[in-house]
Design a protein around this ligand. Structure first.
Ligand SMILES: *[C@@H]1O[C@H](CO)[C@@H](O)[C@H](O)[C@H]1NC(C)=O
Ligand SMILES: *[C@@H]1O[C@H](CO)[C@@H](O)[C@H](O)[C@H]1NC(C)=O
Ligand SMILES: *[C@@H]1O[C@H](CO)[C@@H](O)[C@H](O)[C@H]1NC(C)=O
Length: 451
């Protein structure tokens, strides 16, 4: 096998290699960790004080708690739907990771209503100026195969139903908890075929277990990129120098405008871009409001702040960093002046290739690389970060951390700077990492394991 082919194989088979390893790990631990003989690969140094200087890194801290997919939903023994109530198409809006979030929620709703799912519709045209549908990003046959026994998914409907347009049910504007069975089932029974956009903030933990299991299986075990997109992603993964850390920065004009935070020392270019993105109802917060908001961790970290925290976490400045982000980042010099080995998809892929790519394909590449990187650090906890941390957890990849904007704001507000701030950042993130909080998965699909 050539090196390139080997790398491709590695990328494609990693999950299959890692999953058994994940389940073997506890067994190995008991076999190998007999008194005083713990092998070095299994016993990372517990405290940084005992490490030779220079090797202090957050990932070497021994975890007390680790998240793993729970066993209950991976055993296929869910009750079959009690009845067949009709057909549902899930209509999803926004960028890739938001589409995916809506799809995941929609899978649970379809099962909740005992409806048969047809392939979801991705309403991306307005957003990305492209018409990429579900099949343009994801592997359709794999999705159908993997959701079997959880929720019924079909490519084709009976002709008399396929001819009509579905009746539209849009739940995006709904606030608070509401009952899909109560409010949507009558419409489904009446029209037999509906399109549904799920509500954004519903409590998923109140669903019956068969709907929860469908959510977990459909979202975390049934979505993989189609062959064409995956091939491109593997090509990208191969050319990134290893080992590498994937970093999701989120310091873009729209993000900064949206969060209404003020920053000192931005360039006039950045300030101009932020003002241009600012709507009437998004005025900068000032005074106490601004301070409280920032202390609640609501303000995105700048590239410079991110570099400071990564250094505080002992991540060497020569680390290869893949920047999983769009092209609109501001103040990037604040990061690249410290971490110089930085790579982006536009720097690694052939120019023509890159120009031809759609927004969703680009987002899919970042997603894939981040799920398969040695380490992943998020500076925000948006839709992409939630999906990536969850998928990494599925694969047993533990070097995953969401930086604490709250801790950074808190300590800088308290006047800490330099070494003191660095020490405070280390302590806060070390505690998060050890307790599995940094990438905590607030969903019923994942369970905490005490180590
Ligand atoms: C769906 O099927 C389950 C059994 O799997 C049943 O308990 C439930 O009442 C059914 N719900 C609807 C809305 O038909
Ligand atoms: C959208 O895409 C079409 C076809 O690729 C192109 O001709 C058009 O200029 C694009 N529109 C915008 C607003 O980017
Ligand atoms: C700031 O940090 C202090 C000390 O850890 C803690 O007691 C306090 O609750 C924190 N405040 C916020 C807003 O996070």
């Amino acid at each position: 096998m050539s090196a390139a082919a080997a790398a491709g194989w590695w990328a494609g088979h990693r999950i299959r290699v890692l999953l058994p390893a994940l389940f073997l790990a506890p067994v190995l631990f008991f076999v190998l960790a007999s008194p005083r003989s713990s092998p070095s690969f299994f016993a990372p140094p517990v405290s940084r004080e005992h490490l030779p200087s220079g090797s202090r890194v957050i990932w070497a801290q021994r975890r007390a708690v680790e998240w793993r997919p729970c066993g209950w939903w991976q055993r296929k023994a869910m009750p079959a739907p009690g009845s067949r109530n009709g057909y549902i198409r899930i209509d999803c809006y926004g960028g890739l990771n938001q589409l995916r979030r809506d799809l995941c929620d929609g899978i649970a709703v379809a099962r909740l209503l005992n409806a048969t799912m047809v392939l979801p519709k991705f309403e991306v045209a307005a957003y990305w100026n492209e018409s990429s549908g579900f099949a343009d990003v994801f592997d359709v046959d794999y999705f159908i195969e993997q959701t079997r026994g959880y929720v019924e998914v079909v490519k084709d409907m009976p002709e008399e139903i396929a001819l009509k347009e579905p009746f539209k049910v849009d739940c995006r504007k709904r606030k608070g908890h509401f009952d899909y069975v109560e409010s949507v089932l009558p419409t489904l029974l009446e029209h037999r075929y509906i399109s549904l956009t799920p509500a954004v903030s519903q409590r998923r933990d109140r669903n019956p277990s068969y709907a929860k299991a469908s959510y977990c299986q459909g979202c975390y075990n049934a979505l993989r990129l189609n062959k064409k997109v995956e091939a491109k992603a593997i090509e990208l993964l191969q050319v990134i120098p290893k080992p590498f850390l994937s970093l999701h920065l989120r310091f873009e004009p729209d993000m900064v405008a949206y969060t209404r935070c003020a920053y000192n020392g931005l360039s006039s270019d950045s300030l101009g871009a932020i003002e241009a993105a600012r709507g009437e109802d998004r005025k900068v917060l000032i005074g106490d409001d601004a301070r409280l908001w920032r202390n609640r961790g609501k303000c995105p970290l700048t590239p410079g702040e991110t570099a400071f925290i990564l250094q505080a976490l002992g991540i060497p400045t020569e680390t290869n960093i893949y920047l999983a982000a769009g092209d609109g980042l501001m103040e990037l010099e604040g990061f690249t002046s410290v971490y110089k080995n930085m790579y982006t998809k536009s720097s690694l892929l052939a120019h023509e290739d890159f120009e031809r790519m759609h927004g969703n394909t680009k987002a899919a590449l970042d997603y894939y690389v981040s799920v398969n990187s040695d380490a992943y650090v998020a500076t925000f906890f948006g839709n992409m970060d939630k999906m990536v941390t969850a998928m990494r957890t599925m694969q047993g990849l533990q070097k995953t951390l969401v930086l604490s904007r709250r801790a950074f704001a808190n300590y800088t507000a308290a006047g800490l700077a330099g070494d003191q701030l660095s020490k405070a950042m280390w302590d806060a993130h070390r505690a998060d990492y050890v307790m599995g909080r940094g990438s905590a998965l607030p969903e019923h699909c994942f369970c905490e394991f005490k180590l």
